[in-house]
Unconditional design. Structure first.
Length: 132
């Protein structure tokens, strides 16, 4: 993640791909889910959006499968942000609403604030500002 934060997206992608391979080899579903979410972030920065969407979806499904609702909310939120960037506004709205509901149920205030902002942005882009 340090490579990613420093803007070294291709090396971060390579390191994350290796982390994912190791997590899968060790059958560590929690680590796999985290790696998938990070892989989605890397792919987004590399403009490989379709692959990023798949990675975020798999991350959300894996988090859901192991009962990690906070991880699921983060992955679904990332999926929503990417969908918005791609112009898939209805899909973005659905993802943002799901992330909001998950963070709200968890009482995760920072996550809820980010999700509320993203949800409002999606509504505005859909010309539904009154609901935002």
């Amino acid at each position: 993640e340090l490579l990613f934060r420093q803007g070294h997206h291709q090396p971060s992608f390579s390191a994350t791909t290796e982390a994912l391979r190791l997590a899968q080899a060790q059958a560590s579903r929690a680590t796999e889910a985290l790696a998938l979410n990070q892989l989605g972030n890397c792919l987004t920065r590399l403009n490989r959006n379709a692959e990023a969407m798949d990675a975020f979806r798999l991350a959300a499904e894996t988090h859901r499968g192991i009962g990690n609702r906070a991880g699921q909310a983060a992955a679904v939120g990332n999926l929503g942000v990417l969908a918005m960037r791609m112009g898939l506004l209805e899909q973005s709205l659905l993802s943002m609403a799901e992330a909001y509901a998950l963070f709200d149920a968890l009482g995760n205030v920072p996550g809820l604030c980010i999700a509320a902002n993203n949800l409002g942005t999606a509504l505005i882009w859909l010309d539904r500002s009154a609901e935002a």
